[in-house]
Design a protein around this ligand. Structure first.
Ligand code: XBP
Ligand code: MG
Length: 268
């Protein structure tokens, strides 16, 4: 059947790990201090800045909105790129130091999905190097090989919420959107996946709890584990089913979302 689930596509930041609060934000601040800038991104301010996807884009927005009188160097693009490079160096060090653990259920679900023969991919706004830093330290030294496609950062011109990174991932997998399920944590990520017509499961994180997730197949607060159930935020869940996301749940969520999609089309 064309609609059977064949591949699961994971977002990284906020979905695999709480990378924003404990990783990128801290690393941005370290890069700013190192460059002699008195910029400090508090957890609350960073929540605002996260509306802009992409670290370089985020620095630019910060300068525009919060440092109006900033007389930066003539080559502002180069300056921002340098700060961003330094930030990524600090991010890799934080990952290597074990400061950015995986979210609950992530390792279990990846293990189960691999054992079940589901194909795995990554579609993220962050860079390939940052994905690598996180995966090899938080997951396994060979974890980059667990994913058939790692679609990252500047490989496409437009970042999430544009669908480009998901279109790219589908193309590389050689699969239609209907054979995949995306896992996301944010409204921007959800919009990106839905714009590529991929059914999407959302696990919110602290920064995205207040986002709007209309169109999501299911919204929960985490993947959950046996003994650590998820909280259902939006969508239907059979009370008889265990409250953690396993492969059977992925298949069920995908099937329901596909059926809903067909109904929506029929209703148009
Ligand atoms: C994540 C992002 C990224 C990270 C930082 O979005 O927006 O910009 O915050 O990574 P998503 P870079 O989870 O939707 O992929 O600094 O490498 O951009
Ligand atoms: Mg994310």
């Amino acid at each position: 059947m064309g609609n059977d689930l064949q591949a699961v596509i994971f977002d990284v930041d906020g979905t695999l790990a709480d990378t924003e609060l404990h990783g990128h934000r801290v690393a941005f601040n370290q890069a700013f201090a190192e460059a002699g800038l008195d910029w400090t991104w508090s957890p609350a301010l960073y929540g605002e800045l996260l509306k802009v996807t992409g670290g370089k884009e985020r620095i630019r927005r910060y300068i525009d909105e919060y440092v109006p009188g900033f007389s930066g160097p003539a080559d502002l693009d180069g300056f921002i790129a340098g700060l961003h490079r330094a930030k990524n160096g600090h991010y890799a060090a934080l990952a290597a130091a074990g400061e950015i653990p995986l979210r609950p259920g992530v390792r279990r679900l990846l293990d189960e999905a691999r054992a079940a023969g589901l194909r795995l991919a990554i579609a993220t706004t962050t860079s390939f190097e940052n994905v690598e830093a996180l995966l090899i330290h938080a997951l396994a030294t060979d974890a980059m090989n667990w994913f058939e496609v790692i679609a990252a950062g500047d490989v496409v011109p437009a970042k999430k919420p544009a669908p480009d990174i998901y279109h790219y991932t589908l193309h590389e997998l050689g699969l239609p959107a209907s054979a995949c399920l995306a896992l996301e944590d944010s409204a921007n990520g959800l919009r990106s996946a839905l714009a590529a017509a991929i059914p999407t499961l959302v696990t919110v994180c602290d920064y995205t709890r207040q986002d709007h997730f209309s169109g999501a197949a299911l919204v929960v607060d985490q993947l959950g584990e046996p003994g650590q159930p998820f909280k259902l935020i939006d969508g239907a869940w059979d009370d008889a089913a265990p409250a953690w996301i396993d492969v059977a749940a992925l298949r069920r969520i995908h099937r329901h979302a596909s059926q809903d999609g067909i109904h929506q089309q029929a209703a148009r």
